[in-house]
Design a protein around this ligand. Structure first.
Ligand code: B12
Ligand code: SF4
Length: 443
């Protein structure tokens, strides 16, 4: 069977880890895969022509919430160009399934991890057998009497060591380069040593995923997991032999979620791979021993979520319980070791005041990250903070996300008395202005 995946590219790397994981998996089981990259400047007729040319048996879209309004346009165009069933998966269909299945052109959606459900769907389609009972899928059944949606529970998380490596060739074959796959645009190769995160920050969808697996699926415990150290090392070796990358990028939600695993990984990586790599850590897990081990293994840059400078707000409203002194310590130790430190922050949060945003700026100046990544907060549906914004009446009537996934949303999303839009915009300029103080600023 031939599956066409549709990949939305707006800001950030053009690589989709979800599509890459699924492509590798279905190819392993004898299927053909192609990729259609959709960028903001693509014309409707280009989408139509590409779909017709590919002539797929099944069309799959992986959708993030900020891209959903945009994806809806494509789905309508794609439906007119092909008779193949359309399946949507990824975070938006997983967390807002009613929103997605309501779209007439969507035939099937996948909630949660897609490997097992997608493969079963392909096999049933090939055998021309009904597929309305596959775990992980919501399926539309159309008849003379109307349309019925069959809502199956989510499938159990897959065993990570059994999976093939992400299919990077699919992206190269579609015309993208190594730099397009990289978070840092220096051609580092993305991979992941696990899936899921044990934390539940109020602005992140991770908590909703944990809840979904706990309530609907076969257990949240299995969802947060690491691959074996040996399995990850083998993939690193494969990437070096196959593509000779300059560095590797671990796109895990939280790399050092397991201290013992991290120690064993660092030892093996230093001994057997020793290529520079980057990753993301919570400061609570960035104790001196872990930072030393990461550094010695080859880690060159760590991404830390700082979010705001006001410790009470961070704890109370964002549900992130690290203290400012823990952040300062992690940044100082990492600097001593010569690691580059990337700090992620947000502004325009609910109940934030101008003084609090200034605290974030002052805190950044104090901890002196090598790179600052800032964005204006946009509430993601099905998060605790979204519910709070809704309760307080802060959500505006206009779409939450700027159309076509404008890079990092410089447009404020909330309407709140403590923080007029002009004030947020003025502070956006302040963040941009940090360049003048010698910081590298990413937006
Ligand atoms: C790594 C990561 C990134 C990386 C890479 C993203 C990428 N394109 O692959 C970077 C840093 C670039 C990034 C960027 C963004 N990210 Co991000 N990211 C993550 C992170 C940490 C892990 C995702 C991951 O790699 N998972 C591993 C892969 C294998 O799993 P997966 O993607 O879930 O795919 C599986 C299923 O979803 C499903 N599936 C996926 N697609 C499809 C398609 C079909 C047809 C089917 C059947 C199934 C299916 O099957 C897959 C295999 O099991 C998550 C955090 C989290 N809690 O999950 C956030 C997360 C996914 N990101 C998020 C967001 C919002 C973004 C941005 C929109 C942020 C921004 N301001 O621009 C951009 C979007 C960029 C883009 N074009 O896709 C949100 C998504 C929330 C939502 N409701 O949509 C998350 C959940 C974090 C959060 N804030 O809550 N991100
Ligand atoms: S630590 Fe990161 S991935 Fe985990 S819940 Fe918080 S923001 Fe989400």
């Amino acid at each position: 069977m031939h599956i066409l995946f549709v990949n939305h590219i707006s800001n950030g790397p053009a690589f989709s880890s979800g599509i890459a994981a699924l492509s590798a998996f279905v190819k392993r089981h004898g299927n053909a895969v192609s990729l259609l990259n959709v960028t903001p400047d693509i014309k409707d007729n280009q989408i139509r022509d590409a779909v017709k040319k590919a002539s797929p048996d099944l069309i799959g879209l992986g959708v993030h919430t900020p891209h959903w309004e945009w994806a809806k346009e494509h789905i309508a165009i794609i439906k007119k160009a092909s008779d193949a069933p359309i399946i949507c998966g990824g975070y938006h269909p997983t967390l807002c399934p009613e929103d997605v299945i309501a779209m007439p052109a969507v035939d099937i959606l996948c909630r949660g991890e897609g490997e097992g459900p997608l493969l079963q769907l392909i096999s049933r389609l090939e055998q021309k057998r009904p597929y309305h009972d596959i775990k992980g899928l919501w399926v539309k059944r159309r008849s003379l009497f109307g349309t019925k949606v069959l809502r199956n529970p989510v499938a159990a998380p897959v065993a990570l060591d059994d999976l093939p490596y992400w299919d990077r060739d699919l992206f190269f074959d579609s015309g993208l380069s190594a730099a397009d796959l990289s978070l840092t645009h220096i051609g580092g190769f993305p991979l992941a040593s696990g899936r899921g995160c044990p934390y539940n920050c109020a602005f992140c969808n991770n908590a909703s995923l944990l809840k979904m697996y706990r309530q609907d699926g076969d257990g949240a415990a299995q969802y947060v997991r690491k691959r074996s150290v040996q399995n990850v090392i083998e993939e690193c070796r494969f990437l070096i032999d196959m593509y000779n990358p300059s560095s590797l990028e671990f796109w895990d939600e939280m790399f050092a979620s397991d201290r013992d695993w991290t120690a064993r990984f660092c030892e093996a990586y230093e001994r057997e791979i020793s290529l520079p790599f980057i990753t993301a850590l919570r400061v609570e897990r960035a104790d001196p021993a872990t930072l030393h081990a990461l550094h010695d293994a080859g880690c060159r840059c760590i991404f830390f979520g700082v979010e705001v400078g006001n410790e009470q707000y961070r704890k109370r409203r964002l549900n992130r319980h690290m203290s400012n002194s823990q952040i300062k310590d992690a940044f100082a130790t990492a600097k001593r070791l010569g690691l580059e430190r990337f700090a992620w922050v947000m502004l325009g949060l609910p109940d934030e005041t101008p003084e609090m945003i200034q605290e974030t700026i002052d805190f950044l100046i104090e901890i002196k990250p090598d790179i600052i990544g800032w964005s204006v907060y946009h509430p993601l549906p099905e998060t605790e903070l979204y519910r709070y914004c809704k309760e307080k009446g802060y959500l505006s009537d206009s779409p939450i996300f700027p159309y076509k996934g404008a890079p990092h949303y410089p447009v404020p999303a909330l309407r709140q008395p403590s923080l007029p839009l002009e004030t947020v915009e003025m502070f956006c300029d302040e963040f941009r202005g940090l360049k003048e103080l010698g910081f590298q600023v990413n937006q």
